[in-house]
Design a protein around this ligand. Structure first.
Ligand SMILES: C[S@@+](CC[C@H](N)C(=O)[O-])C[C@H]1O[C@@H](n2cnc3c(N)ncnc32)[C@H](O)[C@@H]1O
Length: 250
């Protein structure tokens, strides 16, 4: 699996500055309080720059983030403190001495695992790091929506201090693999020198159907508790790009 976010990680928080992280954490906290009211410890898998982890820590959880990209890990780790820690590791193979009540994997991290072997390894490893009855909550790209809406070319323009940034995302569907290849091109123009830097990264995103998640859950000792649109709680449909699944360790 090619490493993502090593080049574009520096601009991650800027690109997602309007992502409703606070609302997402309210949604997650509600799910946790309903399904596992005694939960105190959380492992955040693919914790990125640590925004969910920080907000969950503020809500009183003890949070440990696992992140494969050194660049993203370093950004998150600047905020580490008692009860908020980060580890530069792969969710398929990370090891921790302690087990957790809740495993989260947010903003399509599981979609970055493209092949079945990686998915089985990750789900088994996550299962082993949960206490009995622990929850695994994650959102992924949803196959019915990907086939219905089809990924389109997207352009995002931003300015920060001395630079203007344009991000172009062009996608190719690989239907035999349930995968979409997203090619990012990022142009960073300095106002001072008038020079433009160009970065490129390819993100291969797997999408899932509910029976596929159910099968994966069964194979790795989880029970599927629910599936709904992330944040809104609506029933998944062909308009639902990101579906949130909640599994319970059995
Ligand atoms: C779209 S970002 C989401 C980051 C964060 N969860 C958020 O919501 O902002 C996906 C993250 O998953 C990480 N990631 C992808 N595959 C991973 C793996 N196998 N192990 C650990 N982290 C992984 C990437 O490096 C990236 O930081």
């Amino acid at each position: 699996m090619a490493l993502n976010f090593e080049k574009i990680g520096e601009y991650y928080d800027l690109f997602y500055q309007s992502k409703p992280y606070e609302d997402e954490v309210v949604y997650l906290d509600k799910q946790i309080k309903t399904l596992h009211p005694d939960a105190k410890t959380v492992v955040d898998l693919g914790s990125g720059t640590g925004v969910h982890a920080k907000l969950l820590h503020q809500k009183g959880y003890n949070v440990h983030g696992i992140e494969i990209s050194e660049k993203m890990f370093n950004i998150a780790n600047r905020e580490a403190k008692t009860g908020l820690s980060f580890q530069n590791a792969d969710i398929r193979s990370f090891k921790s001495e302690t087990k957790f009540d809740i495993a989260l994997s947010l903003f399509h991290v599981i979609s970055y695992l493209n092949d079945n072997q990686s998915l089985i390894e990750a789900f088994q490893n996550i299962n082993q790091h949960l206490h009995q009855g622990g929850l695994f909550i994650f959102d992924v790209w949803y196959s019915p929506a990907v086939y219905h809406q089809k990924p389109e070319t997207r352009v995002k323009r931003l300015e920060q201090g001395e630079v203007s940034i344009v991000r172009i995302a062009e996608s190719t569907m690989h239907i035999s693999k349930n995968m979409v290849e997203v090619n990012y091109e990022i142009l960073i123009k300095s106002f001072e020198t008038d020079e433009t830097d160009r970065l490129t990264e390819t993100h291969n995103m797997r999408h899932f159907s509910t029976p596929e998640i159910e099968l994966l859950a069964k194979l790795t000792n989880f029970e599927l508790l629910s599936s709904e649109e992330f944040l809104t709680g609506k029933a998944p449909s062909e308009d639902t790009w990101g579906v949130c699944y909640i599994l319970k360790k059995i």
